[in-house]
Write a new protein. Structure first.
Lengths: 297, 297
């Protein structure tokens, strides 16, 4: 089986479809790389590319996409619901097949070093690639967002791992790192009240006393006139999607608000959904070896 | 991608582990064939082998397993919960990859012809291989079970497709055919009353006015002191597992009986479970292309 790495870079443009297309282009038609998904969100004003492929061509594709984003996105006039600190906000690498976590970490370091040198961009290593424990969590690295980065980079504990110790004037700051598979899972509520989504997000997420591998925040969906609890499930094998959904459902009940649906953004490992099916069906003694396709991988 | 056929032969022995092992052996250690699962059930007194592989070695493995079963199982003293008509009760072939349904039908005909000649065994073609519409349904072919086959084979409309028009004295009759993927899905009830499982089975199955692609019957699980609704979901893309479960749950409620769990017997296509996850999570706009592994097959 060949080595396969997944890369899910997030860029701070979700509205201008021409820019979106140019940023995604380096992942298309390149031998060894398969572009799986480009999601854009006008409310978040953000795009998420998902690609899988061999390490070397993937590295090339990422650098080219970063060049496009840095040339075309001006963070000084960027607005959107999602927290962000740079034109290329975050570049995670996820080992999929025949690649160890240390190999993924090494790949992330190479991309961080090359991008920093080429674009004069401050780059933080995060998650499994972090150079210190306080830099592992993306939310901690991104705290202050684009507008607060100039000040943040003056602190000794927030010197970037690569590149200059000052914010790129239009592209801000970027985080690059290796991590375990993450599922972006959002639960939509039948209300437009942002305070309710915020309150519920706080109860379900780890820092609020909720699920250990769940990050959550309230987001307003202007186009739908609804709010959602937007989550990153950072280890679905420990904190399951169905646990997050059901916790949100019972909290929402206190506000008299219904759960009206949910969504998975981007890719999801088969196991994360099958765990949910097994839970709701009440399957006894089920193993992944019973999944026909598991024998064809 | 190579041609892959799945074969899920059912044999009428679920208690004697030595016989079970001998029947399953031809599917092990054979180049081109992968034995995925051997399930035995003492109450059903039945074993279900699941194997995938290339058509030619699969054909050889099936014929050898049939030889073992016919040599070792005596249907004149067989007892079990599950309807059965032969030592080798039924041999379904399911196209998995790069094989069309007509190719699977042709393979089933070859196996039926060879087994009939070699074992002097009456063989019916069923499902997509059936030689007449009234023979497509396995339950119709098997009606009367082993004990009734001598009389049944006298009727002109029940002449076997291959082999002698009389029952094999100890091995009975066998059905061979090609079919779409089937999911064996059982729902366990918190009662030992067989009449309740029977009554619920009748409401959920197609012939009783229930789901179109659902066959169901009540089964007693002596070892657990419970009953179950034992189902074959013959097209999960049309009649979903969660529909069957929820229909059983609401019928059981009328008897004051809880659903205590469920099980999938043998293999299940990824899609059948992901459909359930998507339903219970309320996923909006979800596609199978979001499943990471779908891009690695």
């Amino acid at each position: 089986m060949p080595k396969i790495i997944e890369c899910v870079p997030n860029f701070s443009e979700g509205r201008d479809q021409d820019v979106v297309k140019r940023i995604a282009a380096p992942f298309s038609g390149r031998p060894g790389v398969k572009l799986l998904d480009v999601q854009t969100d006008g409310d978040h004003n953000r795009m998420v590319v998902t690609a899988i492929g061999a390490p070397d061509p993937m590295k090339q594709a990422v650098i080219e996409a970063m060049a496009e984003a840095i040339a075309r996105i001006d963070m000084t006039c960027h607005q959107g619901q999602h927290p962000r600190m740079g034109a290329v906000d975050v570049v995670p690498f996820i080992p999929v097949q025949e690649i160890t976590m240390p190999e993924a970490v090494e790949l992330s370091r190479q991309v961080a070093a090359e991008a920093a040198a080429r674009f004069e961009l401050p780059v933080f290593l995060y998650e499994r690639s972090a150079s210190a424990p306080h830099r592992a969590n993306l939310a901690a690295v991104r705290k202050g967002q684009f507008e607060g980065m100039a000040e943040k980079l003056k602190a000794p504990q927030w010197q970037p791992d690569y590149g200059p110790a000052k914010v790129h004037p239009t592209a801000g700051v970027t985080a690059v790192g290796a991590r375990a598979p993450l599922v972006a899972f959002n639960v939509n509520l039948g209300t437009d009240r942002a305070d309710i989504a915020d309150a519920i997000a706080k109860t379900v997420r780890h820092i609020g006393g909720g699920l250990r591998y769940c990050k959550a925040m309230g987001v307003t969906l202007q186009e739908r006139n609804q709010v959602q609890v937007s989550m990153n499930m950072t280890d679905f094998s420990q904190s399951a999607l169905y646990q997050a959904l059901e916790l949100i459902r019972i909290e929402a009940r206190r506000f008299g608000v219904p759960v009206v649906g949910s969504e998975v953004v981007g890719l999801v490992p088969m196991q994360a959904l099958i765990d949910c099916a097994a839970h709701y069906l009440g399957l006894e003694n089920f193993t992944m070896a019973q999944v026909l396709e598991s024998h064809l991988l």
